[in-house]
Design a protein around this ligand. Structure first.
Ligand code: 4AD
Ligand code: MG
Length: 432
């Protein structure tokens, strides 16, 4: 019996015979030799079947294998310079586990709607697989940063009685007792309670927004990491975001060289991010830059995609845009004591046109001021608990939310965030 091996760690078995359990991704063959591209989930390897070296039936079997047929393959591992992974397999046996006929995704080009309809199969492709591997490492890198820096993970509820970020884009459902319930748009308000209990906390979970946006940056279900920190103010909040982003990128560069290569990501712009200080500009300065570049953009509006792209191209690094007009930002943001028409918060815009990946701010901690905001917004009693946080041991505190999929799209250099998650939930698509 041959040793069971995985392609990812096949280098341990040079010159030994191993058993691989996987699938045939594709193949090339001539009258004399068949090259099998075998995948096993952990990676891809080329298996070589030479007619003159193997029994006739084995060569015939290899030549006849169809794409995505599941197979157990035995063979001898050889070091091979020309291989992208450094090894090849000289095949000595093949067992067909389940034969596949007419696999829908062939090596030819397919339209994106076709691929999305077959997303459950599309994820087997080398590029999609690499993106999902990178996603896992982005998550690991982020968690690693928080765990090393004294944060505790806390899980806020997903079913909530009220909105955290505005009432217009919530998924509503009926709770078991007949009350209205909503899927969480952000765990932030609960995380503020957690920060008062544990100091530095972070959540990591799914987020739901019922907005009808059809852009390459929006999904209706996405994942967000939301740190919240007691006794941390605006400037330090940005420093922590910068350190998190640098740590995460470095983690991916160190742990995913093959995947980054598989998706042909130019890593030079990412290396620059790890090594340079992120600029900070005010919203007012950003508006001025846009106007100087010929955009007809009035002070007081939110940026659209072309504005974010212009700004990030201007800096070529992630850039913090801070001190936004209070009236276009959320009710909980702390006014700037030097000019209370703007808030102590920032969005972090990723370079290369990717735009906003983080939204964060210092939170109002003054009880009277928060009561004013409640009156302005007409909040009902479902928000009472949040006001109580300002009544009992209130302290300055800050936090932010980093969108996982937008961060991955940027790190991978891909066009649309729907490829950064296994099964995307976007406008017009709830399948598969
Ligand atoms: O800017 P947002 O809406 O901020 C909040 O929800 C705050 N409560 C976070 C906090 O301070 N704890 O969302 C934060 C990030 C955005 O910068 C973006 O990266 C991502 O979440 N995001 C989306 N990602 C994909 N699809 C969408 N529809 C998104 N909306 C926001
Ligand atoms: Mg935002």
């Amino acid at each position: 019996m041959s040793t069971k091996a995985k392609i990812a760690t096949i280098g341990q078995y040079v010159d030994q015979e191993v058993l691989l359990e996987g699938w045939l991704w594709n193949k090339r063959s001539s009258g004399k030799i068949a090259f099998l591209n075998i995948r096993d989930g952990s990676g891809f390897i080329q298996g070589v079947v030479a007619k003159e070296d193997v029994p006739e039936e084995l060569f015939a079997l290899a030549k006849g294998l169809s794409q995505e047929t599941s197979i157990r393959v035995t063979g001898k591992v050889r070091a091979e310079e020309r291989s992208p992974i450094g090894y090849e397999l000289t095949v000595t046996g093949i067992e067909v586990v389940s034969r596949t006929e007419d696999y829908p995704i062939t090596p030819k080009e397919h339209g994106v709607d076709f691929l999305l309809d077959h997303r459950h199969l599309w994820i087997r492709s080398p590029r999609q697989r690499a993106i999902l591997k990178i996603r896992a490492e982005v998550i690991k890198g982020m968690r690693d940063f928080f765990d090393k820096n004294g944060f505790t993970q806390v899980d806020p509820p997903i079913l909530t009685p009220s909105s955290a970020e505005g009432t217009t884009n919530m998924f509503q459902t009926e709770y078991v007792n007949g009350e209205n319930a909503y899927l969480s748009q952000s765990g932030q308000l609960y995380m503020e309670a957690a920060a008062m209990a544990l100091g530095k906390v972070y959540s990591f979970g799914p987020t739901f927004r019922a907005e009808k946006s059809k852009t390459r940056k929006h999904m209706n279900e996405f994942w967000m990491i939301e740190p919240e920190m007691a006794y941390v103010e605006h400037a330090e909040n940005m420093q922590i975001q910068e350190a998190l982003v640098k740590h995460t990128i470095k983690h991916v560069l160190d742990n995913c060289p093959q995947e980054l290569k598989a998706i042909q990501r130019d890593t030079a712009p990412l290396e620059r991010v790890v090594n340079e200080k992120f600029p900070i500009i005010t919203y007012a300065e950003a508006v001025k830059i846009l106007q100087e570049k010929g955009h007809d953009f009035p002070y007081g509006e939110d940026f659209g995609a072309p504005h974010e792209t212009e700004l990030t191209n201007h800096f070529d690094l992630p850039v913090f845009v801070e001190k936004w007009p209070a009236n276009i930002k959320a009710f909980y943001m702390q006014p700037d004591p030097e000019d209370n028409s703007v808030i102590l918060g920032a969005d972090l815009l990723a370079p290369e046109g990717y735009g906003e990946i983080v939204g964060g701010s210092q939170r109002i901690h003054d009880y009277e001021l928060m009561k004013e905001r409640y009156a302005e917004h007409g909040f009902d009693e479902s928000y009472n608990w949040y006001l109580e946080l300002r009544q009992y041991g209130s302290v300055p505190h800050s936090g932010f939310g980093i969108g996982l999929e937008r961060t991955i799209a940027w790190i991978c250099g891909i066009d649309h965030i729907r490829e950064t998650i296994m099964i995307p939930r976007t406008l017009y698509r709830l399948y598969p």
